[in-house]
Structure formats: structure tokens, C-alpha cells
Design a protein around this ligand. Structure first.
Ligand code: SAM
Length: 302
């Protein structure tokens, strides 16, 4: 997909397969992180289902001791064919991006068709692919007339809904800033229509949740701009070429691939990861320096 706020039009500058970490290399990094005490892992991208043989990688990762939670972020366009295998291989919950339920608008935002995504979501439901969270970027003038429909869709299907604020990542994210909608406004909109109760969700992520009274529907708010959560951010992201990124909004990074390909020991790798973690910055500068981050989101995943 080519979501306009994420990938530049005509973007072709993808990493070449020779530079991709192999499944064995990814598994080794995950095993070492797990030995260091990390228990939650998520496959994202780019689009993870575009990687041939992804299910094999899931089987390798879910078998590692200490991996307690293995989730997948996907646009769901290829999910229908893979849902059963992913479940069997050990994915225990998924996040699916869905900004519109209107096929024409969906095409405008992503350049792709909505129907396969909805079919993928139904397959996830049928195969009981764990908790399904729908990620919706709230965009003024673009999908802010659809929140009621998206709430109903999630409620009818037993999905959890999370609203996200646009982030100025790369030129695309910065241009999308014209649609920025602080989620306080979305919460106020919801509060006028539903009784909102405080709620909790498993997953350890940054969202604050409410539950709609009288329903099982939980709605999360991810507010990197209006109320950042940098002080509790516990994420690092490993890109397909083996670079460990310490923050979505900063350039701090550490190249693991050269170490993996030069025969480093597990202890050496652990030391390198400790060095990398020490580089994690205090916070992003999305608000004070909105043009600073030139990296697009799809390079590291959300
Ligand atoms: N392909 C997968 C998917 O669609 O979920 C995983 C990768 S996608 C880059 C991960 C998430 O990043 C999606 O929910 C997407 O909406 C979000 N995202 C991309 N660019 C963004 C931006 N500029 N601001 C906020 N969220 C963004």
C-alpha cells in the first residue's frame, strides 16, 4: 500500500534482498533480546506479509524461550490467505491499519482496494487470530466524518479500535500534518455520544483506553503529538537491514548486521545491544522541530 502520509508517491528505494537480515539472523537477535528479558515482539514494516515465507519466521520466533507475546502489524491486504497459518505458527494478536470504510476514500488514502482488507479481517476473526486491534489515523477533513461507522464496525466484529495522531515523519508525514487532529477532540466527540469508562488493555503499548459503556468495545488513543509518552517508551525497532532504531522521531541507530555477519558471540551481541539502548534519546522533537525527521514510517514500522 502507498498510504499518502507514509510512503512518497513512486517510492522505489526499498532495501535489496542481499541487505535483508535472514530469518536465522532475525531469530538470533530475537533470542538474544529474549535472553536479556524482553518478552514482547511485533513484526511490522513495510508490510510483513510481503516478505516471502513470513509464516516460517513466525514459527522460528514463537519457538524461542522467553517470547511470550508475538504480534503482527499488517495492512491485512494479504491476510485472508495467511490467517490460519499465522495462528498455527504462533502469532497471538494482530494490529490492522484501517483509516476508512469507504472504498473510494480508502483508495485515495492507500492507493489500494478495501475489499481484500475486510476479507483479511474476517479471516482473522474466523481463525480466532487473537485480539484484533484496528489502527485508525484520525485525520481532519479526511475521515473525521467516519468515526461513528468505524466504532460500529469494531463493535460489531469484536475488534479493539485505536485512534492515532499523524506524525511528521518524512516529507509525507509532514504534509499530512494539514490533517492533524488532536485526539482530545476525538475523545470529546465520543463522549458526546457514548458513556466512556476507563479501561485497560494487555500489550504494554502507549495507548490510553476507554470502554463504551454497555459494550465490549475498547477504544485506545495514541497521542505522540498532543501528549507524548516518551518517558515510558520501551520500544526499539529492528529494520529489515539489521539497523536498530531507538526512537521513531530521532536518528539514533545502531547497525547490528555487520556484527552478525562478522561472527560476533552472543555475549558480544548483548554488549552491543546494551550500547545501543544507551543511545535511546529522551524524547522526539516532532512538535518543536517538525521538519527534523526525514525517515518515513514504513522503514521502521509504527
Ligand atoms: N503495513 C503495516 C500496517 O499497515 O499496519 C505495518 C507498517 S505501517 C508503517 C504501521 C503504522 O504506521 C500504520 O498504522 C500506519 O497507519 C502508521 N503510520 C504510517 N505513517 C504514519 C504517520 N506519518 N503518522 C502516524 N502514523 C503513521
Amino acid at each position: 500500500m502507498r498510504c499518502f502520509y507514509c510512503i512518497p508517491k513512486g517510492f522505489k528505494d526499498f532495501q535489496q534482498p542481499d541487505d535483508w537480515l535472514t530469518f536465522d539472523e532475525i531469530t538470533r537477535v530475537v533470542r538474544v533480546f529474549a535472553e536479556m528479558g524482553v518478552s514482547r515482539f511485533r513484526l511490522t514494516g513495510g508490510e510483513p506479509l510481503a516478505r516471502p515465507g513470513l509464516t516460517d519466521l513466525v514459527s522460528l520466533l514463537s519457538a524461542q524461550p522467553g517470547v511470550e507475546d508475538l504480534s503482527l502489524s499488517t495492512n491485512a491486504s494479504l491476510l485472508e490467505a495467511h490467517a490460519a497459518d499465522l495462528k498455527q505458527a504462533g502469532i497471538n494478536r494482530i494490529n490492522v491499519s484501517l483509516d476508512s470504510l469507504n472504498p473510494e476514500r480508502f483508495r485515495e488514502i492507500t492507493g489500494c482496494e478495501l475489499a481484500p482488507v475486510l476479507a483479511g479481517l474476517q479471516a482473522a476473526k474466523r481463525e480466532k487470530l487473537g485480539l484484533v486491534k484496528i489502527n485508525t489515523i484520525a485525520m481532519k477533513g479526511l475521515n473525521d466524518d467516519e468515526f461513528g461507522d468505524i466504532v460500529d464496525y469494531c463493535n460489531d466484529n469484536g475488534f479493539t479500535l485505536r485512534f492515532i495522531e499523524t506524525m511528521p515523519m518524512g516529507a509525507t508525514g509532514q504534509q499530512a500534518g494539514r490533517h492533524y487532529l488532536p485526539l482530545t477532540e476525538v475523545k470529546d466527540w465520543l463522549a458526546e455520544r457514548y458513556e466512556l469508562l476507563p479501561a485497560m488493555m494487555p500489550g504494554g503499548g502507549p495507548a490510553h483506553y476507554v470502554q463504551l459503556n454497555g459494550t465490549d468495545l475498547r477504544i485506545g488513543f495514541i497521542t505522540p503529538i498532543s501528549q507524548h509518552f516518551c518517558e515510558t517508551c520501551n520500544r526499539v525497532r529492528l529494520s529489515v537491514d539489521g539497523t536498530l532504531y531507538l526512537c521513531l522521531g530521532q536518528s539514533d541507530r545502531y547497525a547490528l548486521r555487520p556484527l552478525l555477519r562478522s561472527g560476533i558471540s552472543d555475549d558480544g551481541l548483548k554488549n552491543a545491544i546494551h550500547e545501543a539502548l544507551a543511545l535511546k534519546p529522551l524524547k522526539h522533537d516532532f512538535v518543536s522541530q517538525p521538519k527534523k525527521q526525514v525517515r518515513i514510517m514504513s522503514l521502521t514500522g509504527g
